[in-house]
Design a protein around this ligand. Structure first.
Ligand code: UD1
Ligand code: CA
Length: 482
């Protein structure tokens, strides 16, 4: 930046293209990497520059894309491209939508280039402002330049023009430096130059890239800054590139957390979204996906083989082979193996949820345990309570969801059914197999199963000659000898 004066800035995000190579009902810029849609990454980066305006150019699946733009950049101008195709036309309609008083720099980026970071954009802006050029663009030398526009420089290294792959001669195709599709222009110069650009080319489009030659013909200088890390400039055109970019971003995210004090045993089987937050001494075992706005506190262990989405895990908690969404796991709690925590599951400090247990919209207070084979939905379970194996909250009567309220230090027998709405008082018990339909007072034992009767000799009488009858006879005669 020159001196301390803040030069006005508008960012134009190009997102009108159809993205046909994705072969998808979802617009290309809404495909996700690391938990954000492609355009979400781009808008977050653009917003970090604190521009005066962000204009997003839309056409294909306009409303779907507009809704997502609104989430990430609520103040962005939504600009509709007309029937004239091409990146030049897209920028032209964006310029027309900016306030006429705006006379600053225009930064053009693509909605499908998610890894371009704000430091790189600031470097282009700085260069543009300090060198006093009419346009500055980013270039790179990729492994395979097929399909990209080639940058043609003069003897001084300034840009003469950009030629699209489909319009290039053999000699031009042999050039390896390509246009990345990120540019800074002066608004006035760009508006004038675009007006002079036509659509006479192989694709019949109004190319933004043709502006370079126009500027040069007006003796305006154009610079290209070569970026060494071509991942930053990688655009997404198909699902192969989508997966490659995701894997690359994931590797960077993992490295960042490792350097911040998180142990990640197997980076190759660990996936962490950009919105995740991890404290020091978190340990992540193989096969873990931490998604959305998941947060993990200091000293907690996650994995192996667990998926946590939008879930908060407290310090020192242990989460083993678990699927959790929208759950809250407090400090020192233990979960798994094979547990399923659904939205609104809240496990208090030192609580325990064990094997084959599903918890939904329920709170377990401090030290409460649901160790085995249970479904707990719409329930409140008091401090120090132990829920016996195979418990079910019958929370749904076919029409309404009802709550089960269980007090502190309750002991429920195996295979208890809680028919909600129902309440169990502090210190109450239930017998094995109880179906609890009515309130249980504090300290009472609830039983609902009739007492056991044994019909002596029934097997020998009714299953004569069977292995069971033979075994029973043998046991009987042994007993008689004693
Ligand atoms: C463009 C460049 C090419 C560069 C490449 C880098 C032009 C003419 N060519 O080619 O030099 O090497 O990017 O990736 O600019 N878009 C619109 N409206 C349109 C057409 C496209 O908004 O009418 C948007 C797309 O949604 C996309 C971006 O512009 O976000 C780039 O369009 P795309 O078709 O991918 O450009 P390329 O042909 O790859
Ligand atoms: Ca194109």
């Amino acid at each position: 930046m020159v001196g301390m004066t803040k030069q006005a800035l508008a960012v134009v995000v190009l997102a009108a293209g159809a993205g046909t190579r994705m072969k998808s009902a979802t617009p290309k810029v809404l495909h996700e990497v690391a938990g954000l849609p492609l355009i979400g990454h781009v808008l977050s980066t653009a917003s970090a520059l604190e521009p005066d305006h962000i204009a997003v150019v839309l056409r294909h699946e306009r409303d779907a894309v507009a809704a997502v733009v609104d989430q990430f950049a609520p103040d962005a101008l939504l600009v509709d491209q007309d029937d004239v195709p091409g990146t030049g036309r897209a920028v032209e309609v964006a310029l027309a939508a900016l306030p006429s008083s705006f006379a600053g720099d225009v930064l053009v980026v693509s909605g499908d280039v998610p890894l371009l970071d704000s430091d790189t954009l600031r470097a282009v802006l700085d260069h543009h402002r300090t060198q006093g050029v009419g346009a500055t663009l980013l270039s790179t030398v990729p492994d395979d330049p097929t399909g990209y526009g080639r940058v043609i420089r003069d003897d001084h290294g300034d840009v003469l023009r950009i030629v699209e792959h489909s319009d290039a001669t053999e000699a031009e195709i042999a050039l390896t430096e390509v246009n990345a599709g990120t540019y800074v222009f002066d608004r006035g110069a760009l508006t004038t130059a675009l007006a002079a650009v036509g659509t006479k080319n192989a694709q019949g489009e109004k190319y933004l890239t043709d502006v370079m030659e126009t500027l040069r013909s007006q003796d305006v200088k154009v610079h290209a800054i070569r970026v060494e890390d071509d991942w930053l400039l990688q655009g997404i055109n198909n699902r192969v590139q989508l997966a490659e970019v995701h894997a690359h971003l994931n590797a960077m995210i993992i490295r960042g957390w490792q350097l911040a004090g998180v142990s990640i045993v197997d980076p190759s089987s660990t996936w962490i979204d950009v919105g995740v937050e991890l404290a020091e001494d978190v340990e992540i075992l193989p096969g873990v996906q931490l998604l959305g706005a998941t947060q993990v506190g200091a000293g907690a262990t996650i994995g192996p083989d667990s998926t946590l989405r939008d879930t908060v895990v407290g310090p020192r908690a242990r989460v083993v082979r678990t699927h959790a969404e929208g759950a809250h796991i407090d400090q020192d709690a233990t979960v798994g193996p094979f547990s399923f925590l659904r939205p609104g599951a809240h496990l208090g400090p030192e609580a325990k949820v064990g094997a084959f247990v599903e918890i939904k919209n329920s709170t377990l207070h401090r030290g409460a345990k649901v160790p085995h084979l249970s479904y707990i939905g719409d329930a409140d379970i008091g401090e120090g309570t132990n829920i016996g194996a195979g418990a079910i909250t019958a929370n749904y009567d076919g029409v309404n969801k009802n709550r089960t309220t269980i007090g502190a230090h309750v002991r429920t027998g195996s295979h208890t059914v809680f028919v909600a709405p129902v309440e169990l008082g502090d210190g109450s018990y239930s017998a094995a197999g109880a179906v609890v339909r009515r309130a249980v007072p504090p300290g009472a034992l609830a039983m609902s199963v009739s007492s056991q009767r044994n019909l002596e000799g029934w097997v020998e009488a009714n299953r004569e000659g069977s292995p069971s009858a033979t075994a029973a006879s043998k046991a009987q005669s042994g007993k008689n000898k004693q």
